[in-house]
Design a protein around this ligand. Structure first.
Ligand code: GAP
Length: 440
């Protein structure tokens, strides 16, 4: 039995993400841009797999459809939603060392946590987190627009478009994946809190009065989704929000235990009819729903929202998968990313035992066949042991090795990432063998 340990420090994960091509600092050659990150070749595959699973879980059901709204929206959207007046954090600066803090995250009666100066904080100021930009050639306020701080408003303003064109009856949902931007005062913890990030949000439109049962339904569905992605249940917990946002009458977060402590992954919010009512008032358009099932009763639907960060979800997947086996044992230590196979960026690695033309020719045929169904990688450089370790570190569930016996017995060795057990499989049964193991 191997002796397995979990991720202890974020530094280990950051180093692996860089060295193995998952995540790079944005604009690194220029010294980096704080709290912005680029997905490398394995990072983008992993994140795309996560987003695809979310999209499938939402839109492979009769009552949810998807949209892709634009990032730039009419500026009045953000007045109506309350973001212009209320989407701000309290900010203080240390006058001695110039460090900036969120006033609600430190005790401002205590000395500065960075330099130790006493009574050095400025007065608290409210700092709006929305990024502004100019639209068109005129540099006046009329052309000022915001980068959306949440994707949800793109769904709200399309409620009637979707409901009427799709002929949807309540309850129904609209799902969306897209970028959001927040000028966070204290970003950090790698990709946990970024200034540019992606959200996966779904707004479920319901009859007023049914929000409690919708909350229960979606709490259960969202919890199960994380478990289905292989996240360990003991690393997840619910947090009931007591201080509710201006639009909510109930809110629960799913939290994950990161090496730096518990952090929110997903919010499930009962948003009442706040947003649609506001958009009706600010736009002057009638956003009432006509309930044909209930005597053509007219009302503004209530909304149950599920909102999970794609990048924060990705960070959870990376942290949860990271294991070190036999730590400190020079010969047997290995770092392995135990991704759920559906999320793994590469499903199968094809490895000729040696760099010999006859082995490579055979391996290329195997690779070509497997590539029709799976994202594969071919690697011929270095010892086979080193190549296995490399695949372990990027979380490839299966390695297929072609040796000299393969040329005569038409079999290959399949190595399982998690157990390291090796099985001899006939080449003509390889596809069905993998199909069975990579079924999700
Ligand atoms: N529409 C509701 C909404 O945006 P939120 O709790 O502010 O609610 C939802 O954000 C999710 O978006 C969070 O649970 C988190 O996963 C992700 N998120 C929020 N701010 C983020 C940031 N600065 N960096 C990365 N992810 C973030």
């Amino acid at each position: 039995m191997s002796n397995e340990t979990n991720l202890k420090s974020m530094n280990d994960l950051v180093a692996l993400c860089k060295s193995r091509g998952f995540i790079f600092q944005s604009s690194e050659v220029y010294g980096g841009l704080n709290s912005c990150y680029d997905m490398g070749p394995y990072g983008v595959e992993l994140k795309n797999n996560l987003k695809a699973r979310w999209w499938k879980s939402m839109t492979f059901r009769p009552d949810v459809v998807g949209i892709d709204a634009s990032i730039l929206m009419h500026p009045t959207v953000w007045k109506a939603s309350g973001h212009v007046d209320g989407f701000s954090d309290p900010l203080v600066d240390c006058k001695a060392c110039k460090e900036r803090y969120r006033a609600d995250k430190i005790d401002i009666k205590q000395p500065c946590p960075k330099c130790g100066a006493k009574d050095s904080f400025t007065d608290i100021r409210q700092f709006n987190l929305m990024f502004k930009t100019q639209m068109g050639a005129m540099e006046d306020t009329a052309s000022m627009v915001y980068l959306r701080p949440e994707t949800a408003q793109g769904i709200f303003v399309n409620f009637l478009n979707v409901q009427t064109t799709m002929r949807k009856k309540l309850p129904f949902g609209i799902a969306q994946i897209g970028k959001a931007f927040r000028n966070e005062i204290t970003p950090g913890n790698f990709i946990f809190r970024m200034r540019e990030f992606e959200q996966m949000e779904m707004q479920y439109f319901i009859k007023p009065g049914t929000q409690k049962e919708a909350m229960e339904q979606w709490k259960e569905a969202r919890w199960k989704w994380h478990l289905d992605n292989g996240i360990r249940a003991e690393k997840l917990k619910w947090y009931k929000q007591e201080e509710l946002a201006h639009y909510a009458d109930a809110a629960f977060d799913i939290e994950y235990e990161f090496p730096f402590g518990w952090g929110e992954i997903e919010g499930i919010h009962s948003r009442t009819d706040f947003d649609l009512k506001q958009h009706e008032e600010f736009s002057g358009k009638n956003l009432h729903y006509v309930d044909q099932v209930n005597n053509n009763e007219k009302y503004i639907p209530y909304v149950l929202e599920t909102s999970v960060g794609a990048d924060r979800g990705l960070l959870m997947v990376l942290c949860d998968a990271y294991r070190v086996e036999n730590a400190g044992d020079k010969d047997n230590e290995r770092t392995v990313m135990k991704f759920h196979p559906s999320l793994a960026p590469i499903k199968v690695a094809v490895l000729p035992l040696m760099k010999k033309p006859e082995l490579e020719e055979c391996a290329n045929k195997v690779l070509f066949d497997l590539m029709q169904n799976y994202r594969c990688e071919y690697d011929v450089s270095g010892t086979i042991g080193k190549r296995y370790r490399r695949q372990d570190e990027i979380g490839t569930p299966f390695c297929v090795t072609i040796d000299y016996d393969s040329l005569t017995d038409h079999s290959v060795t399949v190595r399982n990432r998690d157990t390291m057990v090796q099985e001899r499989i006939s080449m003509n049964k390889l596809e069905s063998y993998l199909k069975d193991k990579l079924k999700f």
